[in-house]
Design a protein around this ligand. Structure first.
Ligand code: ADE
Length: 314
């Protein structure tokens, strides 16, 4: 091979990112709509205090087999320093419709749209939770628990397919690695499963996956609460337990409602009178069962919903 002369230009794909506007503020960092040359991207900008979340999130995105239709597409992680501060950036695909939470605040959904969102969301969660065995490290995917699953961490693509985002609190389960060094009470209060609120979880992989499934039940309820395909009326969007504990509950408020009174969001009679919705209502009730072991897996939710949607052209 010919040695490169010092004057040979090195062609490098350099990014040239322009932050345009803030689209969302999360627990960790602000998400910007940005442009990278001709392409729109999303940039989550985190401070030095949020570095742990940046590291965890990129570690999750970089796991093999994480490039999946229903997981937010990762582009790059960058550190930006000037003389005053360091910022930690995560660059991902940008989705104009924003989060499922934002969408439901302003839109109702038909049964066809609801089942498409529910099916693709559970497909993403099933993929995240799945361990894919392989002797080849490039094809091995460990199981991952999200630990902050909620409607504002589910994004909608233009065709209303869901993709899961925000892995700053996620936990990887590698067979050789223990997860006993973590503490259980993390996430967003209103989506916390009873066993977290009680401080009673054991640190096994399955117990973390079941905690995600409880939150998934609440997100499915949010979807149903905005569905217009039944005979009843559709109320304005409310977060799960917003009626019971308001917008800014304390941990004690949520404990009182979820653990002591064992309340769950209301399932309306008219929802049960629609054949498709009624099956989903039963699944939701299984997902938010007080007994974690009674909850169905993401894969099972996906199979049930895709079976129901087989006959629906979307
Ligand atoms: N809000 C949070 N992440 C986003 C993304 N990737 N695209 C659009 N809105 C978002």
């Amino acid at each position: 091979t010919r040695p490169q002369s010092p004057s040979t230009p090195v062609i490098e794909k350099t990014r040239s990112i322009n932050l345009i506007e803030i689209k969302a503020r999360g627990k960790f960092g602000a998400v910007w709509k940005a442009s990278d040359r001709n392409e729109l991207v999303a940039v989550k900008v985190m401070t030095a205090q949020e570095k742990q979340s940046w590291s965890t999130e990129q570690e999750i995105y970089k796991l093999s087999l994480m490039d999946h239709e229903n997981i937010l597409h990762f582009i790059a992680a960058e550190k930006h320093s000037d003389s005053i501060r360091t910022e930690f950036w995560l660059i991902t695909a940008f989705h104009q419709l924003g989060s499922l939470h934002d969408f439901l605040k302003h839109n109702t959904v038909s049964w066809e749209q609801l089942s498409h969102i529910a099916c693709t969301m559970s497909r993403g969660l099933a993929h995240l939770h799945e361990e894919i065995p392989s002797d080849n490290i490039d094809y091995y995917k460990p199981a991952v628990a999200h630990r902050d699953f909620k409607s504002s961490n589910v994004l909608l693509k233009d065709d209303l397919s869901a993709c899961i985002a925000d892995f700053g609190l996620a936990l990887i389960f590698k067979p050789s690695r223990s997860c006993g060094d973590t503490h259980g009470q993390v996430g967003t209060r209103r989506y916390m499963a009873p066993e977290i609120l009680e401080g009673a979880i054991n640190f096994s992989r399955d117990s973390f996956l079941r905690i995600d499934m409880y939150a998934c039940g609440l997100v499915l309820w949010e979807l149903l609460s905005r569905c217009s395909s039944h005979q009843g009326s559709v109320s304005d969007y409310k977060l799960p337990f917003e009626k019971e504990v308001g917008q800014h509950p304390t941990l004690e408020d949520v404990q009182e409602v979820v653990v002591h009174k064992k309340m769950r969001p209301v399932i309306e009679k008219s929802w049960r009178e629609h054949s498709g919705l009624s099956v989903l209502c039963n699944t939701i009730e299984e997902l938010w069962d007080h007994d974690a072991e009674a909850r169905v897996s993401a894969c099972c939710v996906m199979e049930r919903i895709s079976f129901q949607c087989q006959s629906i052209p979307f």
